[in-house]
Design a protein around this ligand. Structure first.
Ligand SMILES: Nc1ncnc2c1ncn2[C@@H]1O[C@H](COP(=O)(O)OP(=O)(O)OP(=O)(O)O)[C@@H](O)[C@H]1O
Ligand SMILES: [Mg+2]
Length: 341
């Protein structure tokens, strides 16, 4: 039996050897590296999430795009929604998914974490109204036809990784129209601008779109166009960990850890945050604080300020510059912190 083990170990050692081949092509050097049995991620958080069975780039290394793989993304907490696992699963089976949730619920954070955990380069585009199809697809610069510069979408199609389209429902119609063929499972892009060059979607090219729900308070949002909606197999709804009376113990713990404050203060900060979020969700406040906003507030408390002093230049000012609304926030803080404010 011991022979069998020995053999297995040797076989593993051999398959771990990196095969690297380089091709020289004019000014560009293309390096393809294949590393069998490469762990999917270098992230210290890798074992925390149940994603080991979904390898998003089997036998393919993105080492040549190492700089674009996020590093040191903080841990992501939830109340059993398993956001990380569901996103990775959606990418594994469908290559793309949509995230929906109010501002500050951690959509961008989770995308960075997924890219890091899966060892994938991240391409990020904010689809707000300023983004043009030139930015996404590319353009000629200067006079000659040889000076074509790929836009971000084109680069992602060629090189792979995760394309993250933030605020996808704010996208201009002409941009959305160009995007639709790319979002088909065997997607490709035809560069009409550049002699109709056809660019196939990279074998490991994944796409995540995110947006705030369509409602009055998110100025500029509109329902996602039907063509894009149809092409997304999986939709994941995001919410804050603590809202109203529901206080998530892991959000309190995370705040305590990140801002280094005591448990009692951390609990109260989350209670205030949860109440402000509740009021925001029913339309009474213009903004609901994210965990990141609450960490900023708690950091100033840690620095020696009273909760109310620390709140003045953090969550009170952040919520609104309208004096009446700021008073509403102060009242919530006073109710929760009582005399200790
Ligand atoms: N569940 C969570 N775990 C850890 N940190 C979180 C979580 N949710 C939010 N945060 C933190 O809150 C802040 C806001 O999160 P993020 O920017 O990802 O929100 P968003 O949903 O992308 O918002 P927007 O819609 O405005 O872009 C960040 O500092 C993020 O790290
Ligand atoms: Mg975001």
């Amino acid at each position: 039996m011991s022979y069998g083990h020995q053999g297995l170990r040797e076989e593993r050692a051999i398959s771990r050897i990196e095969e690297v081949s380089s091709l020289r092509h004019d000014r560009f050097k293309v390096t393809v590296s294949i590393n069998k049995e490469r762990p999917m991620s270098k992230s210290p958080l890798y074992e925390k999430y149940n994603i080991q069975k979904y390898d998003l780039h089997p036998n393919y290394s993105f080492a040549h795009l190492e700089d674009m793989i996020p590093k040191n993304t903080p841990e992501y907490i939830d109340n059993g929604q398993h956001y990380v696992e569901r996103i990775v699963r959606a990418l594994y089976y469908f290559k793309q998914c949509a995230l929906i949730g109010p501002s500050g619920t951690g959509k961008t954070h989770v995308v960075y974490l997924v890219a890091e955990l899966c060892g994938l380069p991240l391409w990020e585009v904010n689809c707000g109204l300023q983004t043009s199809s030139y930015d996404l697809i590319g353009r000629f610069i200067g006079l000659g036809k040889e000076n074509w510069v790929d836009g971000l979408l084109t680069q992602w199609l060629r090189l792979g990784g995760i394309m993250y389209l933030d605020e996808a429902n704010m996208m201009k119609q002409d941009v959305a129209t160009r995007l639709n063929p790319v979002l088909d499972t065997r997607g490709h892009l035809v560069l009409n601008e550049k002699d109709n060059e056809v660019i196939e979607r990279h074998k490991y090219g994944y796409l995540i779109i995110s947006m705030n729900p369509y409602s009055a308070e998110f100025a500029g949002t509109k329902p996602l166009n039907a063509a894009m909606r149809r092409r997304m197999a999986v939709w994941i709804n995001f919410d804050y960990p603590s809202v109203g009376e529901r206080i998530a113990p892991n959000e309190v713990k995370m705040l305590q850890k990140r801002a280094k404050i005591d448990y009692d203060t951390a609990y109260k900060v989350i209670q205030v945050g949860a109440e402000l979020r509740r009021q925001y969700k029913v339309g009474d406040l213009p903004y609901g604080p994210s965990l990141g906003d609450l960490i900023n507030w708690a950091t100033l408390i840690y620095d020696g300020n009273t909760p109310l002093e620390a709140a003045e230049e953090t969550i009170i000012a952040l919520t609104s510059d309208n004096a009446d609304i700021q008073d509403d926030v102060r009242r919530v803080i006073e109710t929760v912190f009582g005399n200790s404010r």
